[in-house]
Ligand binder design. Structure first.
Ligand code: PNW
Length: 476
């Protein structure tokens, strides 16, 4: 943080966006026919979410979306990434759509289009209808069929106004935090179920891509968003390199293998063979469906992952904190002995190390392994302990520094030939941060939850400037 950093420009046509997710902002949990999702159930279960917070009201975006879109227009956003709530559109996860639920997304998309903001819709950001969890959830193969049906309803209703679609957000979190460590809904702690969930999420994605391709105009773009782990070994020792390989397998290649190469990696199958019968899990034809071509790959990045082999003294039963929440259960089936370390340097309010080079390395590695696949950074941002100062302003220089550093990493990747088409800041506004409830603020717009007043933070003004000049000014 010494030498002044140069002025830089992003390529013309680069997409500047911000992202949110339905359960984190909408509220209106029981309105217009919406029924509970697994996150409604989980957040009502004592001890699961900090302070007993729920998404019942959240940022009340369901009622305030017009004002929120006006804020986006003030920022100058080119695109807005949001998710569609499955239980709002198809409450039990089966049967016909609820028109009032679809109307909300029609109105949101229209409002965005009117302001010149491209809507980017995610079909699944973790809010599975509770009724589907009650008959097995993602570890049950039928959930992938249900997702395909839901996708068809949404594509038919919204395909005329939304042309960029993402199937799933972070299937790693949905499978391994939801069914492995249990720090996310539905809170199950079954390693085998987590691996089955991962396969059925992959299958759901592939089926949904088929449905979207059949029903959307040919110009529509399809994608999936992964939270790829930028895995680094603590040392170059054989044990640490093997730990990094294992976490890369069950953190990344469990998705990129079938999605982009048409096969699960052999080392993943070997590492987890004692947990699931992969031959029974993966049916003939599944891999062909899962590997249907996509137009873009979305990548969410916050922090790198630093690992070592077990030193023989760590107790697999001890509570672990690998940056993915505290649990007695591992979200890394078959590789429970791997030891996680906090990378060096400053951290955000999440306790996550700030490391823009990790984003550069990740983009470079993905484009090396999967050339010709355009990339989008679909989430990147920082939690800060923001507060309203006596003048009524929210000053978040830490967030500005984080964003500046990571945008420079994106710029450097592009300069080195990586095809990055856009960047979505997480998040447009403060919201329900899952197991952390409202205690963590990721927004560039502050939300006063008592009054629902929105206050653009200093970073929002900074980001608006970045968008206006399509680049960054020198920063100390
Ligand atoms: C992502 N982890 O969540 C999500 O897509 C957002 O909904 C979320 O608000 C944002 O990142 C900030 O957390 C993650 O423990 C949650 O590895 C947890 C983890 C990663 C991503």
């Amino acid at each position: 943080m010494t030498a002044a950093r140069p002025e830089i420009s992003l390529p013309s046509g680069f997409t500047w966006g911000a992202a949110t997710a339905a359960y984190q902002i909408e509220g209106a949990a029981a309105e217009d026919g919406r029924t509970p999702s697994i996150w409604d159930t989980y957040s009502r279960t004592p001890g699961k979410v900090r302070n007993g917070d729920t998404g019942d009201i959240a940022a009340d975006h369901y009622h305030r979306f017009r004002d929120d879109v006006a804020l986006m227009a003030d920022l100058g956003l080119n695109a807005y990434r949001f998710s569609i709530s499955w239980p709002r559109v198809q409450p039990t996860g089966r049967g016909p759509a609820v028109e009032r639920g679809l109307d909300f997304y029609r109105a949101l998309a229209d409002e965005l289009l009117e302001k010149g903001i491209t809507p980017v819709a995610t079909l699944y950001h973790w809010d599975l209808p509770q009724d589907l969890e009650d008959v097995g959830g993602w570890p049950a193969r039928d959930t992938a069929e249900r997702f395909a049906d839901y996708t068809a309803l949404v594509a038919d209703a919204l395909g005329d106004r939304i042309s960029t679609w993402t199937t799933l957000n972070e299937p790693w979190c949905a499978a391994f935090l939801g069914y492995g460590s249990g720090v996310h809904a539905p809170g199950r702690t079954e390693p085998a179920a987590a691996l089955k969930a991962a396969h059925h999420l992959n299958l759901a994605h592939g089926k949904a891509i088929g449905v979207l391709r059949d029903r959307l105009p040919s110009a529509a773009q399809t994608s999936i968003t992964l939270n790829l782990h930028q895995v680094r070994p603590l040392t170059e020792s054989a044990a640490d390199l093997d730990a990094a390989r294992r976490i890369d397998a069950v953190g990344n290649r469990v998705f990129t293998g079938p999605l982009l190469r048409g096969a699960y990696p052999d080392d993943l199958l070997a590492d987890t063979a004692h947990l699931v019968d992969w031959d029974a899990l993966v049916h003939d034809g599944d891999l062909a469906e899962i590997s249907r071509p996509i137009d873009l790959l979305g990548i969410n990045y916050y922090t790198p992952t630093l690992v070592s082999g077990s030193d023989g003294t760590s107790d697999a039963k001890a509570p672990r904190n690998d940056g993915h929440g505290r649990s007695d259960h591992s979200p890394w089936p078959g590789s429970e002995e791997v030891v996680f370390h906090l990378p060096p340097g400053e951290t955000t309010a999440m306790g996550w190390a700030i490391d823009p080079t990790g984003l550069y390395d990740l983009l470079r590695d993905v484009s090396r392994d999967h050339p010709r696949l355009p990339l989008l950074v679909t989430e990147n941002g920082a939690a800060v302990d923001d507060y309203v100062d006596p003048t009524g302003a929210v000053n978040d220089p830490e967030r500005i520094a984080y964003l500046d550093g990571h945008l420079r990493a994106v710029h450097r990747a592009i300069a080195d030939g990586v095809d990055v088409r856009g960047y979505f800041l997480w998040s447009l506004m403060d919201n329900f941060e899952w197991a952390h409830g409202y205690s963590k603020r990721f927004g560039t717009v502050y939300v006063d939850y008592a009054s629902q007043r929105r206050i653009p933070k200093a970073s929002a003004h900074w980001y608006a400037d970045v968008i206006r000049r399509n680049g960054l000014l020198p920063q100390a």
